[in-house]
Write a protein that binds this ligand. Structure first.
Ligand code: NAP
Length: 249
């Protein structure tokens, strides 16, 4: 029996859920539970961590999961590592639906750092107006550089902020270059800090930075153990068909 588990929380996972629902495949969409009102899905949804590798193995067994598709964000590395290990233990086929990383193009002024701690170190400079586009989870770490004035864009309004000087914009992507350019001009942004998330929804800030001649501190992706990586929904459907799923076509 086919029962897909889609590890979600991304635009790609949402698009995959739509296709899977249209195909009439049995599937469950999993959210970590980080945002207050996650987008509704055309599939049954479960919310919250599984309880590490063992918890995910147990979930796979109890729910008769036949295939796992890890469509989480490229920086959700703990979940992705757990999925690799759990699927190996449970002998369940796993594929990742990933977006290609962004690459600098002519006119970009990117400085690469390998991870969040390195980005925090790189901000050990005189006060600037920084668009800190790293999401809510890592703000605490940037409190080590309280001299900057930060612009934050978050999905939910925060109750408390670990940064003394910050403007918060509550918004959910996708974003457009013209809007991000206007936002940065309004806030006098001098530096953009971004994770190399890839995809189209969050690219606008990089295009805006290029248009405004602003530098970008680019946090490179975490490196994961080897796994099957696919970059389109068509490739996921092919992979499913080749691993025994009847797509009815
Ligand atoms: N990191 C980002 O920049 C970013 C950006 C946009 C969206 N997201 C989305 O936000 C979610 C959390 O990201 P993160 O970076 O905090 O992840 P993470 O650090 O890799 O995961 C930490 C723990 O959260 C739980 N978890 C994460 N994703 C889950 C999912 N889809 N379903 C069920 N449990 C999940 C797992 O808990 P257990 O060990 O208990 O199973 C995991 O071990 C993901 O769904 C991701 O796609 C992340």
């Amino acid at each position: 029996m086919t029962h897909l588990l889609i590890l979600g929380g991304t635009t790609e996972a949402n698009a995959l859920a739509k296709t899977v629902a249209e195909q009439g495949l049995a599937a469950t969409y999993s959210y970590a539970g980080r945002v207050e009102n996650p987008r509704p899905q055309p599939l049954p949804v479960r919310v919250g961590g599984f309880g590490g590798v063992q918890g995910l193995v147990a979930y796979i067994h109890h729910n008769g999961i036949s295939h796992v598709i890890d469509a989480t964000h490229p920086f959700a590395s703990q979940m992705s590592r757990n999925a690799i290990e759990a699927c190996r233990d449970a002998q369940t086929p796993l594929a990742a639906l990933t977006r290609p990383a962004w690459r600098a193009q002519s006119g970009d002024d990117w400085r690469h750092v390998p991870d969040i701690p390195a980005a925090v170190d790189a901000l050990n400079v005189e006060a600037q107006r920084v668009f800190l586009a790293v999401g809510r989870m890592h703000l605490e770490e940037f409190s080590a550089q309280p001299q900057h004035h930060y612009l934050l864009r978050l999905v939910d309004a925060p109750e408390e902020l670990p940064l003394p000087n910050a403007d918060v914009v509550v918004a959910r992507g996708p974003f457009a270059e013209a809007d991000d350019r206007a936002l940065m001009q309004r806030h006098g942004t001098q530096l953009v800090v971004s994770k190399n998330a890839g995809g189209t929804g969050a690219r606008a800030k990089l295009d805006a930075a290029r248009a405004l001649g602003l530098p970008v501190l680019m946090i490179d992706r975490p490196v994961l153990p080897e796994r099957t990586e696919l970059s389109t929904i068509a490739q996921v459907l092919d992979w499913l068909a080749h691993s025994g799923v009847n797509l009815g076509v």
